[in-house]
Design a protein around this ligand. Structure first.
Ligand code: ATP
Ligand code: MG
Length: 308
């Protein structure tokens, strides 16, 4: 449904995105995840036809975004970083106006606007001026305008940014409800958002895609290594007790708390455990520390692991 190939965009000397390629099948819900300045908005602006790439191509439903802009715009609903809402218009009037701009047949405009209002829970404010709405409601109006033409693809650039936790959770629920009806790309720098809403994540950093996979598989990226957290009853240096075990990567800590990194092999895990028990050094706690998506994300984007 969305195909992006070797997209590059330079702003003068600044290379904002570098050979970005990915594709989305119909119905995919994908999180475009990256820190500030990673190139998320730039990529989205190109897919939606708001900006030309320096090189590469983007297609929506087989239509090149620059050769067939009208066909593409018909299929896309876009929520930019700053929602394009007119503060001096009433919610319903604004949505009708957007529906007209998007060439929704006039006989269908009322029902399409009603449906967008219902999906985004804007019924109670549909006759209010957009300018007097809270930020969360304004964001919903932004999502409603993206939805109003029943587009096949929804492109949402940081839909929950600046909202309070309750509104964040409401907007996430809303996006979950839209699953199945639309192909969705959602950008965010918040990992939990992707975990909460998306099936797949594309992680972008400094203009390049550094990982792309299902949420489950991404969490397993660091499977080749594992670590164990250990708490002891008395202070000892664990290094001296474990030095004979092959497959250890590092044993770090001091006093009572230690972290043992090893190659992830089950036999090594068991050998560490049995050595600790046999040594009678007063093992109080022993638990594996699984790399989660947070660790993977931090490692891929900032080159470090999350601190525990
Ligand atoms: N109009 C512009 N002129 C010059 N540089 C720009 C312009 N727009 C973006 N950039 C640069 O391109 C890079 C990517 O920016 P982009 O806005 O796509 O990142 P982003 O991932 O959306 O970041 P954020 O999370 O802060 O929204 C950044 O280094 C940014 O400074
Ligand atoms: Mg952005």
């Amino acid at each position: 449904m969305v195909e992006v190939k070797d997209l590059c965009k330079n702003y003068g000397p600044v290379c904002a995105i570098d050979r970005v390629s990915f594709s989305l099948k119909k119905g995919d819900v994908v999180g475009f995840l990256g820190p500030n300045g990673a190139g998320k908005s730039t990529t989205m602006k190109i897919i939606t036809g708001f900006m030309a790439p320096t090189s590469g191509e983007a297609k929506v439903d087989g239509f090149d975004v620059f050769e067939y802009p009208i066909e593409v715009k018909k299929r896309i609903g876009y929520l930019p970083e700053t929602p394009p809402v007119y503060t001096d218009m009433f919610v319903r009037d604004y949505l009708e106006y957007v529906a007209q701009l998007k060439k929704v047949e006039s006989s269908k405009i009322k029902s399409f606007v009603d449906s967008a209002i219902e999906k985004t829970h804007l019924q109670s404010v549909s006759n209010r001026l957009i300018g007097v709405l809270s930020k969360g409601f304004r964001q919903r109006v932004g999502i409603a305008q993206a939805l109003v033409s029943h587009p096949e693809v929804l492109i949402l650039d940081e839909p929950t940014v600046g909202l309070d936790p309750k509104q964040v959770s409401e907007i996430r629920d809303l996006i979950k409800q839209l699953k199945g009806e639309h192909t969705i790309i959602l950008s965010t720098h918040i990992l939990s958002e992707v975990q909460a809403v998306c099936d797949r994540a594309i992680i972008i950093n400094k203009g390049r895609i550094v990982a792309e996979d299902s949420i489950a598989n991404l969490s397993q990226l660091e499977k080749g290594s594992a670590s164990l957290k250990v708490r002891l009853r008395t202070e000892v240096n664990l290094n001296s007790f474990l030095s004979s075990i092959h497959g250890l990567i590092s044993v770090q800590g001091q006093g009572l708390d230690w972290e043992i990194k090893f190659n992830g092999d089950n036999q090594v895990h068991d050998a560490i455990l049995s050595q600790l028990v046999q040594s009678k050094i007063g093992l109080v706690e022993f638990f594996p520390k699984k790399m989660d998506l947070e660790d993977v994300f931090l490692k891929l984007t900032y080159g470090q692991e999350a601190s525990v």
